[in-house]
Design a protein around this ligand. Sequence first.
Ligand code: 4AD
Ligand code: MG
Length: 438
Amino acid sequence: MADFISIKEAMSKESGEVAIRGWVYRERGSNKFKFLVIRDSSNIIQCVVKKENLANSPDNTAEQLWDKVSKLQIEASVEIVGDIKKDERAPTGYEIQVKDIKIIGISDTFPINKDQSTEFLLDKRHLWLRSRHLTAVMKVRSTVFGALNKFYRSKGFFEFSPPVFTPNACEGGATLFEVKYFEEKCYLTQSWQLYAEAAIFALEKIYFTGPCFRAERSKTSRHLAEFWMAETECAWYDLPKISELAKELVAFIIEEVVKNNEDDLKLLGQDIEKLKKITLPFPTITYTEALKILKEKSNMDVEWGKDLRTIEEDELMKHFDKPIVVTHYPKEIMAFYKPADPKDPKTTLCFDMLAPEGYGEIIGGSQRETDLEALKKGLEKEGEKLDNYEWYLDLRRYGNVPHAGFGMGVERVVAWLCKLDNIKDAIPFPRTMLRKTP
Ligand code: 4AD
Ligand code: MG
């Protein structure tokens, strides 16, 4: 058969003979013709097979081929040669009059049809991945990964490779996944920050995007047990500089997604014009100011010292249409590596970035504690054994420098940009407390 092109390329040709291949997305027919909507990774297109147009070939007589074509079911894979033309009535505005069709793989009756429950679709995730919805999300996700690399590399950051098996917690023991490690045990990484802190002494500015694991017991629409975090760590950076980097990163990701995924966003029901307006600068407020906004604008009381819960973050974000950075959370509730602000020691030099429209915390970061004794005290307070952290404490013993970093939850960002109801659709095979298959 001829040189194959994508459906998108075929449509941009507008006329003449084209060869495409893909899967049957929809089918209907009579005893004289068959309408096939064919899907590939680029788009869908309507194809009409007329019995009278089929010819005999070494493999089949025209009659035999027609018999097979008329029995084609959804998701069968085919190669098609035909003439393309504009057709207003067709689902994507073009139609192919089929001259030759080759059946590559027949399909059993596809188990997924209309109106199936979310759980059923999750059970059949290996097949549901082919849906146009998930295909569009995965394309946006791919743009986000590309944007991360482009952004950091253009700024002279090095990509670093941290381990997944770790002897210690980074974000508290409660959500650690323990794994058997030969005759001993260890954990799956919750964040590679501690290793990043080791690497900045060699590379200074680094980034890495990789899977992180947390035994989250909350069944929220924002938590996964396995998620991808885009982390960065920078020597010589302080809180203002690192939070500025986070803002630039998010603005850049939006720019890239708007530029590359217009069709996908449309398919997902996302308003592109709204996304285009999300440009720098993004506001920065302190935790204390956030409580004041909640009190004054939403009549919501949060006791100073309590972490912001989902409902409070959502309420706060009703007053903003761009992401915001919230700094200076209470020291008492923050991880051991976040240093007290010397100007106000009951707060820390940390920040979260919150997304609008109820998508919550997309980034968490901070300046890092550089004082050895303060680190030890913090670890002990979290109930950690100092022995396990000796290697990390060494970093404060040999030419320590101020540094800072952050982690961005890739799925949270994808869910927000794709306007998804649940974070589970932002990752191909979601793992949660209740699901580890397929
Ligand atoms: O705020 P977190 O816990 O920060 C850290 O782990 C730092 N060590 C990162 C660093 O400074 N290098 O997690 C960072 C981000 C969160 O803001 C959130 O977007 C995402 O990771 N995240 C999750 N996303 C999905 N499911 C979960 N269970 C998540 N936990 C955190
Ligand atoms: Mg956090």
